[in-house]
Design a protein around this ligand. Sequence first.
Ligand SMILES: Nc1ncnc2c1ncn2[C@@H]1O[C@H](COP(=O)(O)OP(=O)(O)O)[C@@H](O)[C@H]1O
Ligand SMILES: [Mg+2]
Length: 593
Amino acid sequence: MNQIGKLYPYIRRYWKRALLALSLLTSLVFFDLSIPRLIERIIDQGIIQKNQQVVIQTALIMVAISLVSTLIAIGNNYYSVQVGESVARDLRDGLFLKIQTYSFGDLDRQKTGQLMVRLTSDVAAFKNLVQISLRIGTRAPLLMVGSLLLMINTSPSLALTMLPLLLITSVIIVFFIVKMEPLFRTVQQKLDRLNNVLQENVAGVHLVKAFVRADFEGERFEATNEEVTERSVEVMEFMSTMTPALTMCINIGVVIVIWAGGLQSIHGNLSIGQIVAFTNYLMTTMTPLTMMTMLSNTWASGIASAKRINEVLDTVPEVRDAPDAQPFSPTALGKIVFGNVSFHYNGTNDEPVLEDINLVIEPGKTVAILGATGSGKSTLINLVPRFYDVSNGVITLDGTDIRRIQVDALFAQIAIVPQETILFSGTVRDNIRYGNPTASDEEVIAAAKAAQAYEFIMALSQGLDTHIEQRGANLSGGQKQRIAIARALLTHPKILILDDSTSAVDVETETKIQDALGAQSFKHSTLVVAQRISTVLRADKIVVIDDGRIAAQGTHQELMKNSDIYQEIYESQLGNGFHLDEPVPGGVEGMKE
Ligand SMILES: Nc1ncnc2c1ncn2[C@@H]1O[C@H](COP(=O)(O)OP(=O)(O)O)[C@@H](O)[C@H]1O
Ligand SMILES: [Mg+2]
């Protein structure tokens, strides 16, 4: 209930239309309840008294009431749908905007598949709750109370006879509602599982094919799918016993009415019209009960969905502006200092991924980070744009703690080429301009040239206008990486971060990229992560990371003298073609991986 309350603001925006829907619904009840009274009149004053005029007149009134009721019901549906759909749209917008504010840690915890379900199925379930409530919400209870009162009004003694039956019926209904709720919840959970399996498989369908695991995945999916079916059938079977049970109650009730009412009628205490009206009211007390069980299902799944929607909306992004956050000065130099930084991902409280990191990146210089897979290189660089916040220690930019800088202002200074290249569907030009949408073609071309992407782009069928398919399916790994580098360069960052961004590019092209990055036109501090040593040779400083700690740092020559680890890496990758006392090989041409 509380969960619905939290989403109330989304409904309140449409309160006028919601109120209109509800008032129409309420007026419908009055018409519903007037019908048995009119039937009573036709029988008692028309048929029995053989008064044709009353029969015709009353019949016409009933036709008119049916017409008006239909119009009212249409109006009610119209406004209910409008409110429901508008609420759903606003919720999707709200969720989407919220997810945009998520930091990496938040995204680690809430998986993509789950977030997608929140935006689609959960919003739909909540929409149903709103719509169904507006369509039968007031009608069911009012009909019930109204017809009960009218039953008593018609014949208090008959109403009294009905009391035990009504109690039994209520017990049956409550039993069904109580039993049904957990059943529906399991179906919902199984559906969630199905969604997860589906999401994982669709995203990884290439891999499934490549490893010929289609049969295995097929079975896994079938098993989950089967569970959903079994649970749904279980619920439906259970529900299908409910309507017959209620019908039985009604039938017994009708028999009792006719029997007890018949006796009273023989004694002249009750008219035939009254008996018929009473039977009708009896039925109208029962139908809302069936409606209410339907309502209760929709409410059960609506509340579950509202809870999950609220989880997303209530997430406070892990990384956000401090109250006293500063804008970043446009004259910034781009000097980064790591002071005693340590870091662990949430949950892994025991082993920190990074420990005691002390590192200075001077403005305009290039620092290379070298280390084995899993040593913490990506983690380290992700701390600079505050994708994650440090667990201990401090990172400063030009002397200011980065947590004191406005997040947007910080992002504006930094361009990152992530380890996994992500391209959007659109043209090559759109992709390069992603971070700087107003850049001119000249600027785009300059960035593409520096990233050594210009030549191959021109060789594409439509040059810069070539359409890139979803996730860059029509480009090679190295081509994608170079477009991603061009995209980063075009934002003219103070700090450029390359996370193994040239791993799929050949050594010669990589050297050209490095030469271009070193040129005056792109003056920035550069942090470059690499696994191959040829990438780092010419950096101003090389940092060797081993198991989350800095094992050594210095220039190539210094490390060759002082660091065993570095020498090992060097020997294993470049063989013994070079010697300690040789100058750093310019261009590193001819070296093989
Ligand atoms: N999002 C994450 N959540 C939890 N652990 C992570 C996450 N990303 C990386 N790790 C762990 O942190 C360690 C360092 O990973 P990473 O920085 O990606 O290494 P590298 O880039 O050097 O290959 C690894 O043990 C990895 O399993
Ligand atoms: Mg990495």
